[in-house]
Design a binder for this molecule. Structure first.
Ligand code: ATP
Length: 445
């Protein structure tokens, strides 16, 4: 059962150390959030799951980790300088500024100014001289550096279509209207794949990527009922897109985009390529640009063609929010509330908590530490040695942060080398022999 409202989730995130407002001790900054001790684990588990499924489990995708600061010419030719803007209005009555399509009900139409375009990119300067020319942008999407590295990757890996380049990392947008916790923020992370295909095969690959990405979100624990697909109508498509299907999630504030799967045609490689006329680029982007690279491939007959690209682009932060919301559940146990985060074990920030029944019994504590050290070596993720002593409270706290199992070392453990393993979801406890505990945890996680 997802959270009743966003406030419940925000409270849990702060209380247990998943997510904090940035610069909180100085009053906070709108649209910026920091991931705390558990948030950093959850986020990195989600990103690892994506990388594993997109790069490791396929044989047709390569990885990339490019610079965030992006030369202005790149974003000029990509179209972002001209088109990456939102219409902005001011309300003369409340004095606030909004994205034109996101004006709250309390503002009257007659109080709003005419919409004007506001570019969402953050500008900065590279080097000590501010000559007005050498400025850069903080990238508004990770995609562009994939296109600008296209030839490098092709040359170094001998890839030909169909193949993809994947990248995860920060993106920045100076959003006008912020929304719902980490849903719409100014600094966020994306997980983007640019999958290059032969022109003509693009529709087929687009469909196949929509299906595979939808399934992946289900594999992360998001129920069928909370997900839907939205075929973006022609008049809402981004400047580069021939077709886009958004994977929508039922967020606490409404059904909104979690990931977009776009058919970007040959627009981007075309825009960044030299010899555009000769290449007969379908998206018709003659930028007359300064690129020194021909971003094209040769077919069997040695004819040059510019690959089309299918782009599944997911937001890490929106993913974290969806997953937390989906996992959040409140149960009544013996008249008391139990909050449980029913995270898929591979996403759980802590895979197991090992606790000695008596915090000042040397033998029990040292055996518990040994158990922790051995389990940590399995490489499954974080195993926590928990020595606060109150087992009942520990169980509840670990339920709340989604730890799949709690392992308790007690007096019996010293005698017969067994421990108590408690399952987060069923709350059932079983005694497991120490030599079987690694296998048990591996099976769960
Ligand atoms: P929206 O219309 O909701 O602003 P978008 O269509 O502009 O999203 P894309 O440019 O397609 O988003 O970016 C791909 C993904 O990056 C989105 O599906 C979303 O998960 C994530 N994303 C985009 N903007 C933000 C933001 N400001 N904060 C958090 N995540 C974002």
């Amino acid at each position: 059962m997802p959270a009743k409202n966003i406030e419940e989730l925000i409270a849990l995130c702060k209380r247990r150390g998943f997510i904090f407002q940035s610069n909180e001790i100085y009053g906070g900054t709108q649209g910026l959030y920091d991931y705390g001790p558990l948030g950093v684990e959850l986020k990195s588990n989600l990103k690892n799951a994506w990388w594993k499924s997109i790069v490791y489990e396929r044989d047709d995708v390569e990885g990339l980790d490019a610079a965030i600061l992006t030369k202005n010419t790149v974003l000029k030719h990509s179209g972002h300088e001209d088109t990456f803007s939102d219409p902005m209005v001011d309300c003369k009555s409340c004095g606030e500024r909004f994205r034109a399509d996101q004006v709250p009900d309390y503002c009257k139409k007659e109080d709003l100014t005419e919409p004007r375009q506001f570019n969402l990119m953050f500008k900065t300067n590279i080097g000590p001289v501010d000559d007005g020319k050498s400025f850069a942008y903080l990238r508004p999407e990770t995609a562009q550096s994939i296109f600008t590295n296209f030839k490098n990757v092709v040359d170094s890996t001998a890839r030909t279509v169909p193949f993809g380049i994947a990248q995860m990392g920060k993106a920045f947008r100076n959003e006008i209207t912020l929304k719902s916790f980490i849903f719409r923020v100014r600094e966020f992370e994306q997980m983007e794949l640019e999958f290059f295909v032969r022109p003509g095969d693009d529709d087929k690959w687009h469909k196949s990527w929509v299906e595979s990405r939808l399934q992946w979100w289900k594999d992360q624990g998001i129920s069928d009922m909370s997900l839907e697909l939205y075929d973006v109508p022609a008049d809402e498509l981004a400047h580069y897109s021939k077709a886009t299907v958004d994977i929508m999630y039922k967020f606490p504030h409404g059904v909104e985009e979690l990931e977009g799967v776009a058919n970007r045609t040959d627009f981007d490689l075309g825009s960044h390529s030299k010899n555009q006329k000769e290449l007969n680029i379908k998206a018709n982007v003659l930028n007359n640009n300064e690129s020194n690279s021909k971003l094209a491939l040769q077919d069997e007959n040695n004819n040059w063609f510019v690959p089309f690209v299918i782009e599944p682009s997911a937001g890490v932060d929106r993913g974290v929010l969806a997953i937390l919301n989906e996992a959040y559940s409140v149960e009544e146990i013996d008249g008391k509330e139990r909050v449980v985060l029913k995270l898929k074990p591979h996403l759980a920030p802590i895979k197991a908590a090992v606790m000695p029944l008596k915090k000042n019994d040397e033998n029990i504590v040292s055996l518990a530490k040994k158990v922790k050290d051995n389990l940590q070596k399995l490489g499954l993720g974080r195993i926590l040695f928990e020595n606060s002593g109150n087992i009942g409270k520990n169980y509840r706290r670990h339920d709340e942060v989604g730890t799949p199992v709690c392992i308790t070392v007690d007096f019996e453990s010293l005698d017969n080398q067994t421990v108590t393993v408690r399952d987060r979801d069923t709350m059932k406890q079983e005694r497991i022999s120490l030599d079987k505990i690694s296998e048990h945890l591996k099976k769960i996680v």
